[in-house]
Design a protein around this ligand. Structure first.
Ligand code: ZN
Length: 326
């Protein structure tokens, strides 16, 4: 009987693991875009506030697109440790210089998140200039995703899921399990106002380097905790959507979070501020267009088809194209 129960649990574990295969977790990405809205000035709130459900729900579209488009994967991370050691002076910060030095294939292989954020900023700025409701919303939701990914330490490390140090699963532990368990109850997301970013490239690289520097701590603290924690208390089984899922136990998660001394909360707060500030910067750089007239607009039938296709492919179970995080 015991054996049967154990086999069943193993089966469930295997079955349900893909649920966690997303950057920052769906939960955290959606929260970050949601809270970013409240940092905006009234001239932007008039459009962004009524569209909070869209901005929050579609914060995860770039992750869904990883099931559809091969080029999507590298936009979410950078294995910056492949370019020497901190602060990686050999890696040119400008895309053209980096391509000239390493070639596009090699850059794509190690991830391009810092550069893709600049591409998205350009697109969002153009969307503001042409007052295109649909593109403003889509690009706002999506740039929020990439900016947030750049704040995750393991998105700036080639040991992205602890696969090189026997810590498989740590990716989702840090960015999904911790916020899902603690964000609602314990994290504070009340922040000031969005700020104009004079040099978005410099801002982005600063955050990416912070992530890169924190990656060792993320890994080391879990390793130390694991060494002194009772092995049979590390995981628990909890029901999720009618399925039994194996996950890091609450006690283990709380212990890890307190060891990290607020790092997950801090990075979420910094993500929220950065997302709002990039939205605001794009709007200012586009000449602060009046958004009142866009507030009542709706998405087109083509937009809905696009969202549906994304969802269908993601839900089809055909798997992510390219590197998996978990
Ligand atoms: Zn992502």
């Amino acid at each position: 009987m015991k054996k049967a129960v154990f086999s069943f649990l193993l089966f469930c574990t295997t079955l349900t693991l893909p649920l966690h295969s997303f950057c920052w977790g769906f939960f955290a990405h959606q929260k970050i875009n949601y809270y970013a809205v409240f940092l905006l000035p009234p001239e932007m709130l008039v459009l962004y506030k009524p569209n909070i459900p869209f901005l929050s729900e579609h914060a995860v579209d770039p992750d869904k697109r990883r099931y559809l488009v091969a080029a999507e994967g590298p936009r979410h991370y950078i294995d910056i440790d492949q370019y020497g050691s901190y602060p990686y002076p050999d890696l040119p910060r400008r895309w053209k210089d980096a391509v000239a030095r390493f070639g596009e294939d090699s850059l794509n292989r190690h991830g391009i998140v810092p550069w893709h954020i600049q591409t998205m900023l350009y697109r969002l700025t153009e969307a503001f200039k042409t007052k295109n409701f649909s593109l403003i919303m889509k690009y706002s939701a999506e740039i929020g995703h990439y900016i947030s990914d750049a704040h995750v330490p393991l998105h700036a490390s080639s040991n992205h899921n602890g696969q090189l140090t026997g810590q498989h699963g740590i990716h989702g532990f840090w960015e999904s399990r911790v916020p899902e368990l603690l964000a609602e109850k314990e994290f504070d997301f009340l922040l000031g106002k969005a700020a104009y970013i004079k040099n978005p490239e410099e801002f982005t690289w600063k955050r990416v380097l912070e992530s890169a520097r924190a990656a060792d701590t993320v890994l080391l603290f879990e390793k130390n905790l694991n060494a002194r924690y009772p092995a049979d208390a590390k995981y628990s089984f909890e029901e999720r959507n009618g399925k039994l899922v194996r996950q890091y136990a609450s006690g283990y998660t709380i212990a890890y979070n307190s060891k990290l001394n607020g790092m997950v909360e801090r990075r979420m707060r910094q993500s929220i501020f950065a997302v709002a500030s990039f939205w605001y910067t794009a709007w200012v750089n586009a000449g602060q267009p009046d958004l009142k007239e866009l507030a009542g607009q709706q998405f087109s039938a083509t937009d809905f088809l696009e969202f549906e296709q994304l969802n269908r492919q993601w839900a089809s179970g055909n798997g992510m194209i390219g590197r998996k995080e978990q």
